[in-house]
Ligand binder design. Structure first.
Ligand code: G6P
Length: 609
């Protein structure tokens, strides 16, 4: 999704802004632009469709010298990807970048057109810059003009704006779209994600909803939603601990797949003690809340939703607590009854996904007993607005297709299952068994990743196919869903997942030698039933690719390709069986030559509805 970087410094800022845009590339975008106030007081701007590298080339031939500037990567919502729709948008001496969606843009466009403004783009954003311009005419002051303009905006925005007559200043505002100030020495920055500013500072101030800030070289000032001057805590982020480069890997996705044993260990670290899980890790009120919980509602999007689907099997099957799971965009717009003592759980890598955040805000008005966020970003809105939270310790995930965030979410959700189960169906011995299984997981992950060469070989059978089917039963069904999603996202092969028992109710009609069928077959109580389902595929000439437990009794045969995983307990199995499916998609995408880390049309963090 769109990214913002801004800088007010005593040195040239265009290289800083460009580096920031590069660091935001992983979020997905289709055009990029930059505006800088020049020495002569002009407001100079460059924009390009395509990658940040295109903008970089434009800047090499036509540099933008100056000490104050804003830059942006745009992911098109209103208006096609084009230079005229790319940000910054200009009005007189103003340049503005914006993330989010202005819902009343049509009304504003009419009003501003009547006032004589001419629109050059099809974007909602252009209304903001003209509106600020309109107020500037009376105010003669950028901060005052922004404060008046935001009162007329409906919708979501994170925005940053500069004016050539106030060359040492940037004004930014946040409502529904994240913004962070990067605090420097004699220079200050802003960005939609602190990752963009890691090269210039490790000190950050997170703006809250409704905040407006004025950024200058030597200071910054913040006003809250009621226009009261306010201080927000400076947080120091350890840059070494959260390395965000590719290292020796060809892609971030591959690096992140291989990081899983390490980040799972980190997610468990300090959370287990003597065969027990420490519920306090979810907050000091956690035990009191869990004691009275009698059902769970999980809400999430994308891969995080699949983690929620696995958790449903655990929370009902292990903890004995009724659990419902729903995608956030459906949950928000549906009527339903909230049962007493229901814990509302959100799952999100970024903690900024618009639908998940809106679902949490809605839930708070509906009488849920408490909210808990499972999230990877400590400073995110989701974490800040939830009663309890459980951090996944995946570190920055750059590949758009989620991998390590998913497996660490599963680990966190298993911890939650146990913490809840204590007050319901789980006894001490079962808890100790789960803890033992979790301790052994990183090593099993290493062994599974060692199967990579065999998985790479298997991927060759997929590269020329147009469709694929993924089958699993029980908690492996959501794992199959996640496997199909990975293949779709990065190789652009149409893939569907089914609970294997549903095969004969429709999808079997699709099975022929051109339809690879992937099956997940741990040695669990559903294995024999799964085997019967797979025979239905073989009998129709389907090509089977089975990831099975080494003791599951399969043998390779024509039409049946096998990869045997180490033995793992039924409870832990969904986490382990995710890994070969990630590797399979990765290798298929490599063979197809797609943009693995930034697949077309997708964004890492979806901050608009
Ligand atoms: C986007 C990403 C997915 C992610 C989903 C939810 O679609 O491309 O990888 O699963 O958003 O994101 P969240 O940050 O809430 O987990």
């Amino acid at each position: 999704m769109c990214g913002i970087v801004g800088a007010v410094a005593q040195r040239e800022v265009s290289a800083i802004l460009l580096e920031g845009l590069h660091r935001l590339e992983y979020r997905g975008y289709d055009s990029a632009g930059m505006a800088v106030i020049s020495e002569s007081g002009a407001n100079d701007c460059r924009k390009r469709v395509g990658k940040v590298a295109e903008l970089q080339r434009a800047l090499e031939s036509q540099p933008l010298p100056g000490h104050t500037g804003v830059a942006h990567t745009r992911w098109a919502t209103h208006g096609e990807p084009s230079e005229r729709n790319a940000h910054p948008h200009l009005s007189g001496k103003l340049s503005l970048v914006h993330n989010g969606i202005i819902e009343n843009h049509e009304t504003l466009r009419k009003k501003l057109t009547a006032l004589g403004y001419q629109f050059v783009s099809a974007t909602d954003t252009e209304t903001i810059v003209h509106l600020i311009h309109h107020h500037y005419k009376q105010q003669r002051n950028l901060l005052g003009a922004v404060k008046l303009a935001v009162q007329e905006l409906e919708g979501a925005y994170g925005m940053a704006v500069i004016h050539a007559d106030e060359p040492d200043k940037l004004v930014c505002a946040r409502e529904g779209s994240p913004l962070v100030i990067g605090v420097g020495i004699g220079e200050n920055f802003i960005a939609s994600d602190q990752l963009a500013l890691r090269q210039v500072t490790d000190r950050f101030v997170y703006l809250e909803e409704g905040d407006i800030a004025e950024i200058c070289t030597g200071h910054y000032r913040i006003w809250d939603i009621n226009d009261v001057p306010t201080q927000r805590e400076i947080q120091r982020i350890d840059t070494v601990a959260e390395s965000a480069d590719k290292g020796s890997y060809r892609h971030y996705m591959l690096k992140e797949i291989y990081e899983q044993p390490h980040v799972v260990k980190r997610t468990l670290s300090g959370r287990l003690s003597g065969g027990k899980i420490l519920a306090e890790i979810m907050g000091s009120k956690a035990n009191d809340i869990f004691k009275s919980v009698s059902s769970v509602q999980i809400v999430a999007c994308g891969t995080s939703y699949h983690a929620g689907m696995v958790a449903k099997y655990w929370i009902e099957g292990i903890a004995g607590v009724p659990c419902r799971v729903e995608v956030a965009s459906e949950f928000r717009y549906r009527k339903f009854k909230v049962q007493d003592n229901t814990l509302f759980v959100t799952i999100s890598q970024s903690g900024e996904t618009a639908d998940t955040l809106a679902a949490l805000r809605l839930a708070k008005t509906l009488g849920y007993s408490a909210s808990l966020a499972v999230c990877n970003v400590a400073q995110s809105s989701l974490v800040r607005e939830s009663d309890l939270y459980l951090m996944t310790e995946a570190g920055p995930e750059i590949g758009v297709a989620s991998t390590k965030a998913f497996t660490t979410q599963l680990v966190a959700l298993l911890l939650l299952t146990v913490a809840l189960g204590r007050y319901h169906d789980l006894d001490e011995q079962q808890e100790a068994n789960i803890v033992q299984g979790l301790h052994g997981l990183p090593e099993l992950m290493h062994e599974t990743l060692a199967l990579d060469p065999a998985i790479k070989l298997m991927s060759e059978a997929f590269a020329d196919k147009h469709h694929a089917l993924f089958l699993g039963r029980g908690a492996q069904w959501p794992v199959a869903m996640e496997g199909a999603l990975k293949l779709k996202e990065i190789s652009y092969i149409h893939a569907e997942s089914y609970p294997a028992g549903e095969l004969k109710h429709g999808p079997l009609a699709l099975v022929d030698s051109n339809m690879p069928v992937v099956a997940i077959a741990p040695n669990d109580e559903l294995l024999e039933k799964l085997k019967s389902n797979l025979q239905e595929v073989q009998a129709r000439g389907g090509q089977l690719f089975v990831f099975c437990d080494k003791s599951a009794g399969f043998s390779a045969a024509p039409g049946l390709d096998l990869i045997a995983l180490p033995h793992v307990s039924d409870i832990i199995a969904p986490i382990l069986y995710t890994l070969p499916l990630q590797l399979l998609s990765y290798h298929v995408a490599i063979l197809k030559g797609t943009d693995v880390d930034q697949p077309r049309n997708l964004a890492k963090s979806v901050t608009v509805e």
